[in-house]
Design a protein around this ligand. Structure first.
Ligand SMILES: Cc1cc2nc3c(=O)[nH]c(=O)nc-3n(C[C@H](O)[C@H](O)[C@H](O)COP(=O)(O)O)c2cc1C
Length: 301
């Protein structure tokens, strides 16, 4: 396979054990990058795949004899893990029940989230798909109310400046802004920043909801912003499945993105952008029913 670079990283390297390979061709059939070819029941790396091997690992996940491995782009042979038996997987009814029971949880019991539970949420969230491997998503874990509150304090301290900046911006840039953007700034974003500050001064945290744990998702310059949101969504579902309540917090993103000092303080690489923060803990209240939700439209083309 030629030396090629994709989104800042060299191509992955597939290795085929010719002694055990049966030449069934499943690896080449599922490769999304056309990086493998099978000829006369012999699998080999393609000579000129358009993007090289992207390192998705599909070949090594499908090979019935374990004869192919991939190295590079954040993956190596040890990343092959056995699948739990099929009869242990959640059914559609169970997944739908979990999704119906999930609510954005903003009120938490006193206790902390155990280490193992938080680690499991992170491991489960890391199974999320990404545009092109390896994942460019990073997470910062705030474990314990003290750490979550330190973050809330840092963020709210910046809300005064952010609110003032947005007021000036919405006035000066008014002729160039879409009506909806202006309306969102005036009717929601600016009042929300002000309200959050007022409540904090009264001793109430309506930003991170006094949660006992929070995970901040950020993403590198080569990552699709959707990677970050999908990973956060997986974390929400994972947390719900572990008996926690969780809530995605979007307000953090614009504040952290424009505050270089805070990004540095929390170890977010300069070129990275912030996504959602997911706050979580044991829910103080239990919802007794779900709510029917609808997309704005559903059309069949
Ligand atoms: C992108 C995104 C950003 C959000 N930001 C916040 C936030 O900053 N603060 C908050 O309390 N809830 C936030 N939420 C939670 C929503 O308000 C919540 O999902 C919505 O009201 C529907 O309730 P449900 O999640 O229980 O279905 C956010 C949700 C999403 C998807």
């Amino acid at each position: 396979m030629p030396e090629s670079t994709l989104l800042g990283l060299p191509s992955g390297t597939p290795r085929i054990n010719e002694e055990t390979c049966r030449g069934c061709g499943l690896c080449a059939a599922v490769c999304p990058a056309a990086a493998l070819v099978v000829e006369d029941k012999t699998v080999r790396a393609a000579s000129d795949p358009p993007f090289g091997c992207i390192g998705c690992g599909h070949c090594m996940a499908i090979c019935p004899t374990g004869s192919i491995t991939v190295s590079g782009r954040g993956i190596d042979p040890e990343d092959r893990i056995d699948l739990p038996p099929e009869n242990t997987r959640a059914t559609a009814d169970q997944i739908e029940a979990l999704l119906l029971a999930r609510r954005s949880t903003r009120f938490f019991k006193e206790g902390e989230v155990p280490d193992e539970t938080l680690k499991r949420v992170i491991d489960m969230a890391a199974t999320a798909p990404m545009g092109i491997p390896p994942s460019g998503v990073g997470v910062i874990v705030f474990h314990g109310r003290e750490k979550v509150q330190a973050l809330a304090e840092d963020l709210v301290a910046d809300f005064k400046g952010a609110s003032r900046f947005l007021r000036g911006f919405s006035f000066l840039a008014r002729p160039f802004l879409r009506k909806e953007t202006l309306e969102a700034l005036k009717s929601f974003v600016i009042p929300l920043l002000d309200l959050t500050r007022e409540k904090r001064a009264e001793g109430r945290d309506v930003l991170l909801w006094d949660a006992p744990a929070a995970i901040l998702f950020h993403y590198g310059p080569y990552a699709d912003p959707a990677d970050c949101d999908i990973a956060a969504t997986y974390a929400l579902i994972a947390a719900t499945s572990l008996g926690l309540g969780a809530c995605p917090i979007g307000t953090v993103k614009p504040v952290l993105d424009r505050n270089k000092a805070l990004k540095e303080k929390y170890g977010i690489p300069r070129k990275n952008k912030c996504g959602l923060v997911v706050v979580m803990g044991h829910p103080r209240y239990r919802f007794v029913r779900s709510i029917r939700r609808r997309f704005a439209s559903v059309a069949y083309a």
